[in-house]
Design a binder for this molecule. Sequence first.
Ligand SMILES: [Zn+2]
Length: 159
Amino acid sequence: MSGGLGGAVWAATGEPWAVPVAVAVGVLTDIDHLVDVFDGVEEGYKLHMLRPFHAWEFAALGVFALFAYFNNPLYLAAVLGYISHIALDEVGNTTNSFAYFMTYRAFVKFKRKRLTPHVFSPRHWSQSSPPFWAKYEPTIYQLWRWYKGRGSRGDRSGA
Ligand SMILES: [Zn+2]
């Protein structure tokens, strides 16, 4: 996904580095999973959803700053790569709709019970585990899951 947008920036601006920059930003956003290692665990569940690199606020700041660096195709590629990552997480993961807003996460004190309540329901774990190819194509898997889950989304978003 971010690669495709990087390709679009390349086509529009003639800057081939737009592709690796967009892909790198899209991939590196998820290294914030590493902080989960330090999170406390209760009854087998992590307590918090910190995700310091995941925030629509950052995307908004990035777009805002675009006006200052409007002529830099690499910066444009980075912003698009980031936005596509957050957007895919938003539609692909069954989180609270506001979970990808840093301010909302802070508001609920980063508690997973508020942000990803589905994880705590037994039904979540009875669902089939991701197919093997999801590891190699997480983007397509997220889209596929979003497509499959559209119908049943309403009854999962309690609490
Ligand atoms: Zn992510």
